[in-house]
Design a protein around this ligand. Structure first.
Ligand code: HSE
Length: 338
């Protein structure tokens, strides 16, 4: 009665997801198999023997897997894998922003045809549940604008240059050591990572497909401690800001280092924090904030998506709190978990 999970990708996020799945007492999810392709990585000693280890993605298409979790990143081979997973009748959870930004519509349509679930909360703003908040929580508004800090690495770098006065290269090294940065950190620094997340938010908030290549990007690589001193004289600091506005003709969007007032929500974001401010016609501004990068925050988003799949696909199985309460009352609501 548990969803049997296959994870592909065993980097920072993949390992956090695996550890969390192994630690969680939740009977709705069970980690069955890991495909550790990246860099020919070896099976780690802490992974129990009950969890299979493979370097062949096809092993996740076997009938004993219900949900494929993709944490590799990049367009290919992830796109082909997820097509094949959906066609094989699996639901899919991914944190792959490039793939969702470029091919999210096609994967959602395929999932709908297959009557399976495709979820991607971990693709935007790490542990901040902004995808679901915008999609469901703000569905009653007509959304007009999004302004955000969508890249934890850049925010970490900028806030370290600001507060410790260290040069860009040193701050970048720290962000890499903390597991925030992409495999190729130019995706973070030059804005490509944030623009993929912004494109996903535009699709959800405005119902408009914005091509990532249409979002102008500026790099933070040349920002220095002196720039922060100059910004401070004007009551400002510097953050990588992603913004999108609905216009008469569609959407105008960009990602670039920007002066923000010292007393506002963007200046207060430090470390790998993300901030997303969404402006609606009726509700005005709603702001979401939290940890936007790193293994554990992103694992929260992935696990939450898995529980959402479980709610949809195991609707007869109660959540653990309800099951625990039922057991205390002597009721056997939960049949038997594999
Ligand atoms: N490199 C990304 C960031 C990871 O720093 O925000 C989370 O998407």
């Amino acid at each position: 009665m548990a969803l049997r999970i296959g994870v592909v990708g065993f980097g920072t996020v993949g390992q956090s997801v695996a550890r969390r799945l192994l630690d969680t007492p939740d009977p709705r999810v069970r980690l069955l198999r890991v495909c550790g392709r990246a860099n020919g990585r070896e099976r780690p000693a802490w992974l129990p023997r009950s969890v299979g280890w493979t370097t062949d993605f096809d092993a996740l298409l076997a009938p004993d897997i219900d949900v494929v979790v993709e944490l590799v990143g990049g367009i290919q081979p992830a796109r082909s894998w997820l097509h094949r997973a959906l066609i094989a009748g699996k639901s899919v959870v991914t944190a792959n922003k490039q793939l969702v930004a470029e091919h999210g519509q096609e994967l959602l349509a395929l999932a709908a045809r297959q009557q399976r679930t495709f979820r991607f909360e971990g693709a935007v703003a790490g542990g901040v549940p902004v995808v679901r908040a915008v999609e469901d929580g703000l569905a009653g508004d007509r959304l007009l604008g999004i302004t955000g800090i969508l890249n934890g690495t850049c925010n970490y770098i900028l806030s370290r240059i600001e507060r410790a006065g260290i040069p860009f290269d040193e701050a970048l090294r720290e962000a890499q050591e903390l597991g925030y940065a992409e495999a190729d950190p130019t995706a973070d620094v030059d804005g490509f990572d944030a623009r993929a997340k912004l494109a996903i938010l535009c699709a959800i908030a405005f119902g408009v497909r914005v091509r990532t290549s249409d979002i102008e990007c500026g790099s933070i690589a040349s920002v220095t401690p002196d720039d922060f001193l100059r910004a401070g004289r004007h009551g400002c600091t510097i953050r990588q800001i992603a913004s999108a506005e609905r216009t008469e003709d569609g959407v105008v969007a960009c990602v670039k280092p920007t002066l923000v007032p010292l007393d506002g929500p963007f200046a207060r974001a430090s470390g790998a924090q993300n901030v997303v401010a969404v402006r609606g016609e009726l509700g005005g501004e709603t702001v979401f904030t939290g940890q936007g990068a790193g293994g554990n925050p992103t694992a929260v988003a992935v696990l939450s998506d898995l529980f959402a799949v479980a709610r949809r696909e195991l609707s007869s199985v109660p959540a653990p709190a309800a099951a625990g309460a039922a057991r205390k009352r002597g009721l056997a609501l939960v049949p038997k978990y594999a």
